[in-house]
Design a protein around this ligand. Structure first.
Ligand code: SAM
Length: 208
């Protein structure tokens, strides 16, 4: 499938729903970042931008990228409307073709799943290399299929966080795995239904 298909698909996903009034941050971001000093953050596949906005409200300067221009433009408009325009740089960016420039204290990738080809290991490896000394890479993947997921393939695999870490092939002398776990939580779907889901959480820290 072509790059245009992916853009059309993800633009269609976001255009089909109204822009949320108050995009919410992901639980794993909040539990990981609360208490850390602010700095420069990069959000890969930012979607509606709940994570980027939460970070900006805590003083982080955030580059938020998504293949969907609809998502990026909505996030930029929301940030401007809430006085966060100087802290949130929301841009359309296809991670299949390049990685955003810059050095970061935090790179997060929440549920960076797509039905199109994406070399996630290469993207996440670039993310680890884009960290400043002491910086953290937080990768949160689905560890189970929610009833409302667009991907109901019964054969879908959810690689364990340890497998994701191994796929990055990072030098353990420079990057240390701080967390590789599969916690459960109760999630609420777009239609208000709730279900217990599993997250695959990987937190890697670059040596200081
Ligand atoms: C499942 S959503 C997760 C969105 C958000 N991080 C969250 O936690 O709600 C996956 C996101 O990745 C984005 N995405 C998919 N392929 C991408 C690519 N090649 N480059 C950049 N973003 C991409 C999609 O547009 C979508 O917003």
């Amino acid at each position: 499938m072509s790059a245009t298909d992916a853009v059309t698909f993800w633009d269609g996903v976001y255009a089909a729903r109204p822009a949320p009034d108050a995009p919410r941050p992901n639980v794993r971001l909040v539990e990981t970042v609360t208490g850390l000093p602010s700095g420069d953050a990069l959000d890969l596949g930012c979607g509606s931008g709940g994570d980027a906005l939460w970070l900006a409200r805590r003083g982080w300067r955030v580059t938020a990228v998504d293949i969907s221009g609809v998502a990026a433009e909505r996030l930029a408009a929301h940030a401007r409307a809430h006085g966060l325009g100087d802290l949130v740089d929301a841009v359309r960016h296809d991670l299949r073709t390049s990685f955003p420039a810059g050095r970061y204290d935090l790179v997060c990738a929440h549920y960076l799943h797509t039905p199109f080809d994406l070399d996630r290991a290469a993207v996440l490896r670039s993310a680890a290399h884009a960290l400043r000394p002491g910086g953290r890479l937080l990768v949160v993947d689905h560890g189970s299929t929610a009833p409302w997921s667009w991907d109901q393939d019964p054969d879908v695999r959810h690689p364990a966080p340890g497998e994701v870490a191994a796929g990055l092939a990072l030098d353990p002398a420079t990057w240390r795995v701080e967390r590789a776990e599969a916690p459960r939580r109760t999630a609420t779907g777009p239609d208000g239904r709730t279900a217990e889901v599993v997250d695959h959480v990987l937190l890697v820290r670059r040596a200081g």
